[in-house]
Write a protein of this length. Structure first.
Ligand SMILES: Cc1cc2nc3c(=O)[nH]c(=O)nc-3n(C[C@H](O)[C@H](O)[C@H](O)COP(=O)(O)OP(=O)(O)OC[C@H]3O[C@@H](n4cnc5c(N)ncnc54)[C@H](O)[C@@H]3O)c2cc1C
Lengths: 620, 256
């Protein structure tokens, strides 16, 4: 039976059978773990997600957040689960034991977060942001700051945020206007307004610690002049006791489409000229420092894309197996034909397989990204380490943007599977779609992510990261081409990969010859192609693993005929799973990878209509 | 205080159970296994007693190798050590054999109070707690929803039709847990990691010195008849929906 959130069998497949994370146990860093431990952790995470967090999904959406008399209240049903979540140690399982973590592999940590987020992402943002803020102080804070703020944050006693956006500074963070004025004691007076701050004010914890980007008076304009400050809601005395209320006030909360259980606040710093902040790290290093949290949040937003889509899919699948409507198409001439469950209709099946294959590919992409962190930690040589870090650097904008774009489409298809019922609030399909949409916008819009990919990431280390990734994909299809059952789809991956590399070179050339507008104009399309190729790679890689396992099951059960094999796929849950994995890969290769080359050619053809059309001509 | 909690590994309530073609039991290869939910209440109560009065919680489990996972879960929740009775000789054990085996293991330990679930959700027999009490010649308090420990005795509540009984007995005793006793905690992450280092003693039948001959055997496992698909009645108006349910019950199901 499905938990209606995430297919835990697929999680285990990716971690243990595809990525083979057991190899981490050979390292000093992970030597205390066994597969059984990780399975137990995953099991407990599932229990918590299903029994404690998921019940808050609908209620939290309906109740939402409220601002009354200057106090922001969160949905009442969040309180107990938040307490249980923190007490269980789930805020920072991946961190080391000296900061209260358990040092579990990031790949497993991601699988836990996928479950929690699928249960209720709006809820999960509170501990998620808290972790990000704590981690910033962990990396850049002084010992005193760690003692004052970090420990309580990691334990979930206090909560954290990230304060970048201002009314006049969204995509362009460099134009921010919040200022910091030096005080004689080394602290700073912060003045300015931040908007759209997730978990910006709430009643889940007695104190909230804001990392705030601001410019110290006299520092240069643009991103180079930005510093970062720790601004607590209640000041903290040097002995750790909580002092008086700081001059940070919630000016309002947004009424928004989704993630309604998460308070999106406008924060006014220093309305009375008394907002105290402490510098975090060095002066004018604010953007570099905040990037640690932003990178974490980008992967987190990618996870949102995946987990919300996963829950939408699991629900749609269950519905498709129950809803009876229309006689099957092959009975169309039979007036007495009985209506069947909608999963029997070809179009519904195709939608479900589109969703399934994308989710599996995205899940592999996300877990692989986390696995890169694990592998870079255990790497023995600098070259090795650089390779793993390079994959992650390169893929971060793809994880953020591709996963959320596809995630939203998955939610939309999920709603289509429900038909009219999906549009109505009686079923969760519409909430998944509402909750998912924000993921394409915040944490740097997907447009901005694409520019980051095309403008910065491709050229990093003179293109070495791209070449390493290409080599990974090449190794995969070269191997699969020797398997007669997968050779055709492996060739599709080869063609798609080559087309993507050529387009990448074409962009590099365009950049060199001064025609940088073409890559900029097509950055989103390029990111999508990149995503298609990379998840195509993971799906086919998974199919190779599944193929061998399935053959072994057939052998063991003496299934030599097609009929017997089909029978096993129906009766044996492992055979069902592996054959489903192969079907996902074949479908994705045939449906998506085969179009990559043509789409690359279309970009190279160099249409510039969006640039050539004058503003006035947009009127229709 | 020496507290014992007996746990059994059972198929997850959500697991899809397939009966073996020859009716000799269920296919157990691909199902998910969990701690019997009533035993979870027992473990939770044991941990609460320990937290309040000090002492030590030992989990005792009879089951195949995979049942170690259930012992580990109890240890991750906070129990201190485990005993795993594991022997193929117990493959066809009935409640009599299981009760005696658990009792034999418990006898070797100091014990003030022994918790069991009131029954296991797989075979629903509800006998093991009583068997242990008989084998150890201890008082048994069954179907308990509240436990108050008072030094050398214990007072418990057992709900009955329209009332509840307050029952008191001296220690040691056996208590079988009913739903409502408490809300079992989730294993915390630090708890899971700590559980790895807690000792589990594995014992076989000969170490316990007991007979493994079952007195009763399950002759056949018969699957329930396939259920026809359900019907979902949609709409906002509860009155209309209720009327539709009533109509279907009368006209289609002919139940009223
Ligand atoms: C619910 C919610 C929660 C949020 N949480 C946080 C938070 O916790 N902390 C925080 O700091 N911020 C947060 N944000 C802010 C969010 O990150 C910004 O809204 C986002 O970065 C976009 O900024 P903007 O809204 O000002 O849009 P704009 O920057 O005005 O962008 C509008 C459009 O123009 C495009 N655009 C802008 N510049 C360029 C360019 N150079 N090239 C191409 N296209 C461009 C954008 O892609 C977008 O399509 C949140 C926002 C929301 C709605």
């Amino acid at each position: 039976m499905s938990n209606l959130l995430v297919n835990t069998r697929d999680q285990q497949f990716i971690l243990f059978e595809q990525l083979g994370i057991e190899k981490l146990f050979e390292s000093e860093e992970f030597k205390d773990f066994s597969k059984d431990d990780l399975l137990m952790i995953m099991n407990e995470a599932e229990k918590l997600a299903v029994n404690v967090i998921a019940p808050t999904f609908k209620e939290g959406d309906e109740e939402g957040c409220h601002l009354k008399d200057g106090i922001v209240s969160t949905p009442k049903c969040y309180r107990e689960p938040y307490k249980k979540f923190c007490e269980g140690g789930w805020i920072n399982p991946m961190d080391s034991t000296d900061v209260g973590g358990q040092g579990i592999p990031a790949a497993v940590g991601f699988s836990n977060m996928e479950l929690f987020g699928a249960a209720n992402y709006a809820f999960m943002m509170y501990p998620g942001l808290t972790h990000g803020a704590a981690n910033l102080i962990h990396t850049y804070g002084t010992d005193a700051q760690k003692e004052k703020y970090m420990t309580k944050l990691f334990a979930g006693e206090w909560a954290g945020t990230m304060c970048l956006t201002e009314p006049g500074a969204g995509s362009d963070v460099g134009s921010l206007r919040t200022t910091a004025k030096r005080l004689p004691d080394g602290k700073f007076l912060i003045t300015g307004t931040k908007c759209f701050i997730s978990a910006g004010d709430h009643d889940l914890t007695p104190n909230i610690i804001h990392p705030v980007l601001a410019r110290i008076e006299g520092d240069p304009a643009g991103t180079k002049g930005i510093s970062i400050f720790i601004v607590p809601k209640f000041t903290v005395n040097d002995d750790g006791s909580v002092g008086k209320r700081n001059d940070v006030n919630c000016g309002g909360i947004e009424h928004k489409m989704g993630i309604k259980g998460n308070a999106t606040a406008t924060l006014n710093f220093g309305e009375d000229g008394k907002c105290i902040g402490e510098l975090l790290g060095e002066e004018r290093a604010g953007i570099k420092i905040m990037f640690q949290m932003m990178n974490e949040a980008r992967l987190g937003t990618g996870l949102q894309g995946l987990c919300t889509a996963s829950a939408a899919y699991e629900h749609a699948l269950a519905y498709a197996k129950e809803r009876v409507q229309s006689a099957p198409v092959w009975e169309m001439k039979n007036p007495d034909a009985k209506a069947v469950t909608i999963i029997n209709h070809p179009d519904v099946r195709k939608k479900l397989l589109w969703m399934k294959s994308h989710i599996e590919g995205l899940r592999s992409l996300l877990y692989f990204s986390a696995f890169c962190m694990d592998m870079s930690r255990v790497s023995k040589t600098e070259v090795e380490k650089a390779k793993w870090e390079g994959y992650l650097d390169l893929m971060t904008p793809v994880v953020k943007a591709y996963t959320t774009d596809k995630g939203l489409l998955i939610c939309s298809l999920g709603m289509d599977v429900y038909g009219g019922y999906g549009y109505c609030q009686e079923y969760p399909a519409e909430q998944y779609m509402r909750d998912e949409k924000i993921a394409t916008i915040y944490e740097g819009t997907n447009g901005i992510q694409s520019l980051d990919l095309v403008g910065r990431k491709l050229g990093q280390k003179k293109g070495a990261n791209v070449m390493n990734l290409a080599a990974l994909i090449q190794g995969n299809y070269t191997k699969l081409k020797t398997n007669p059952d997968l050779a055709k789809v492996a060739s599709s991956l080869e063609e798609a990969c080559n087309a993507w590399i050529e387009l990448t070179m074409f962009f590099a050339q365009a950049g060199k010859s001064g025609d940088f507008l073409l890559p900029v104009l097509n950055a989103c399309k390029y990111l999508e192609l990149f995503g298609d190729v990379i998840i195509g790679h993971f799906l086919l890689d998974g199919a190779g693993v599944a193929f061998a396992k399935l053959e072994a099951i057939y052998d063991a059960q003496g299934a030599t005929t097609l009929g017997k094999k089909k029978g096993l796929q129906r009766s044996d849950s492992d055979a069902a799973f592996y054959s489903g994995r192969i079907a996902s890969a074949k479908y994705f290769a045939n449906e998506i990878l085969t179009t990559v080359k043509a789409r690359c050619e279309a970009i190279k053809a160099g249409d510039k209509s969006p640039l050539e059309i004058v503003d006035e001509a947009f009127t229709c | 205080m020496n507290i014992i909690a007996c746990v059994k590994q059972v198929p997850d309530t959500e697991a899809q159970i397939k009966v073996k073609a020859d009716g000799s039991g269920i296919e157990d290869g691909q199902i998910k296994w969990v701690m019997n939910p009533y035993d979870e209440f027992g473990v939770e109560e044991a941990l609460k007693l320990k937290e309040k009065n000090g002492g030590d919680v030992t989990v005792v489990c009879l089951g195949p190798a995979r049942a170690m996972e259930t012992i580990r879960t109890a240890l991750a929740m906070g129990a201190d050590k485990g005993i795993h009775i594991c022997d193929p000789a117990f493959d066809n054990a009935d409640a009599f054999v299981v009760g005696n085996a658990l009792a034999a293991a418990i006898k070797t330990l100091p014990h003030d109070i022994i918790f069991c679930g009131q029954r296991a959700i797989d075979d629903d027999a509800g006998q093991v707690g009583s068997m242990i009490a008989e084998a150890l010649n201890l008082p048994q308090l069954t179907l308990v929803t509240k436990v108050d420990f008072a030094g050398t005795s214990v007072k418990v509540i057992r709900p009955i039709e329209g009332a509840q009984l307050l029952i008191e007995t001296s220690l040691p005793c056996v208590v079988t847990a009913q739903k409502g006793l408490n809300e079992p905690r989730y294993a915390s992450l630090p708890g899971i990691m700590k559980a790895k280092k807690k000792p589990v003693d594995v014992k076989n039948a000969s170490a316990l010195g007991i007979a493994t001959e079952a007195k009763a055997k399950v002759a056949k496992t018969i699957p329930p008849p396939a259920r026809p698909p359900g019907k979902i009645i949609c709409g906002d108006d509860p009155a209309l929906k209720a009327a539709e349910v009533a109509r279907l019950l009368r006209e289609e199901a002919k139940a009223i």
